[in-house]
Write a protein that binds this ligand. Structure first.
Ligand SMILES: NC(=O)C1=CN([C@@H]2O[C@H](COP(=O)(O)OP(=O)(O)OC[C@H]3O[C@@H](n4cnc5c(N)ncnc54)[C@H](O)[C@@H]3O)[C@@H](O)[C@H]2O)C=CC1
Ligand SMILES: O=C(CO)COP(=O)(O)O
Length: 370
């Protein structure tokens, strides 16, 4: 069997029963694991849709991967049947992937640790992780929210809660809808750390034939890109739910990117990061896809459901809903106008009829330079 130029050895005794989606990478190229020598041992904290998918990415890139699941039934299903049917229906996980509810078992010997729990729950999980974290290993945030109570980015919460150097922390972001990646559709991501060595070490492990990780050192831009595109995706969902068409959505996406960029740059990001995978790339994916939970939450709001009804209907994490308020506080503190995000906040609060969101792309009715 050819290794399709990957340099990786086909793993022939585990025929993969996943049916490739149209356009997915040739499964023969994917049905491989790295040579067993120097297989990095990695831990993924969180067994929801993204934690499980990222664990699959890492395992299919050759890493010896173990997942921490909060619920025993989820850990058991992953380990015994190689499925996570609640979050990734129809997806077969790699034979080598296992999960456990024991943090010490998962973290023991880990050379890299990836964290993917809902942003608002991160801090409460860190005390237990801190005492078990192997020394000097990189810790990678896969999350796209800010902490509601503090406005801190997830890498900042990791820094505070784990008491580790910023150079050890990385964030991974980009147009990464979990189910598409779980189906092995080709995808790019960006891994960012203030230390390029850390970003490179993580990106090397978080790469496989269908998932390619780029690197940068703009952690602020990379993280805010992932947070802010969720808010614009809620706005897109709202106008979709109302029934507006493509002009409205293109206007919101384009002005939304300008809003995202101004905000992030005011807090220290490089504007080029917002034009990259973690900004524009993720904005396109999230605003276009019905797989997006933020987009879905917005659509329900646009269809007339109240905020509490939307929260009840969502059985997965829609980070944007909790991030609106802290982002608007940061914007106000930095003198940045965010007309689209402000109006998402007004719709969430029940103070603005979703049908009135679209015209308000600026703060005033005076013509403004683009
Ligand atoms: N699903 C996706 O396509 C992507 C998600 N992300 C980000 O990944 C992060 C996690 O999201 P998903 O996995 O999609 O969410 P999810 O809703 O699919 O799963 C969340 C997981 O966290 C667990 N959990 C809930 N409360 C917890 C707590 N207090 N402590 C520990 N674990 C808890 C749940 O049991 C579940 O396993 C979010 O920040 C999201 O923005 C990033 C890229 C893609
Ligand atoms: O971050 C994502 C895609 O990159 C997933 O978006 P949702 O959280 O809206 O599903």
């Amino acid at each position: 069997m050819s290794d399709h130029g990957t340099g990786l050895r086909p793993h022939e005794d585990h025929p993969d029963p996943v049916v490739a989606a149209p356009g997915a990478v040739d499964t023969a190229a994917i049905r491989v694991v790295m040579q067993t020598t120097d297989k990095p041992r990695v831990a993924v904290i969180g067994a929801g849709s993204w934690g499980t998918t990222f664990a699959k990415v890492l395992a299919e890139g050759g890493a010896d991967t173990v997942v921490w699941a909060r619920r025993p039934e989820v850990a058991r299903e992953i380990t015994e049947t190689k499925r996570n049917s609640e979050y990734l229906p129809g997806i077969n996980l790699p034979r080598t992937l296992t999960a456990s509810t024991s943090l010490s078992a998962v973290l023991d010997g880990a050379q890299q640790v990836y964290v993917s729990v809902p942003s608002q729950s991160l801090r409460s999980n860190l005390a237990a992780i801190a005492s078990l974290l192997p020394e000097d290993v990189p810790v990678v945030s896969l999350m796209k929210g800010v902490e509601k109570a503090t406005g801190l980015r997830m890498s900042e919460v990791l820094h505070e809660g784990l008491g580790i150097d910023r150079e050890r922390i990385a964030v991974a972001s980009g147009p990464n809808l979990a189910l598409e990646i779980a189906r092995r559709q080709p995808t790019a991501a960006v891994v960012s750390s203030t230390s390029l060595d850390t970003a490179t070490a993580v990106a090397t492990v978080a790469t496989n034939p269908y998932f390619r990780s780029f690197t940068n050192t703009d952690v602020i831009g990379t993280e805010f890109g992932g947070v802010l595109k969720n808010l614009i995706a809620v706005a897109i969902g709202i106008v979709d739910g109302v029934g507006y068409g493509e002009n409205t959505k293109a206007s919101i996406i384009t002005r939304g990117l300008a809003e995202m960029t101004e905000f992030a740059v005011s807090l220290g990001a490089q504007s080029s990061t917002l034009s990259g995978l973690a900004g524009l790339g993720d904005l396109i994916a999230t605003c276009q896809s019905p797989l997006s939970r933020n987009n879905t939450a917005g659509r329900l709001l646009g269809q007339g459901y109240r905020f509490d009804e939307v929260v009840r209907q969502m059985n997965q994490t829609a980070e944007g809903l909790a991030s609106v308020a802290p982002i608007l506080e940061l914007a106000a503190a930095n003198g940045v106008d965010m007309p689209i995000v402000s109006q998402v906040g007004e719709v969430l609060a029940g103070r603005l009829d979703p049908r009135n969101i679209a015209p308000h792309l600026t703060e005033t009715d005076e013509p403004q330079g683009e």
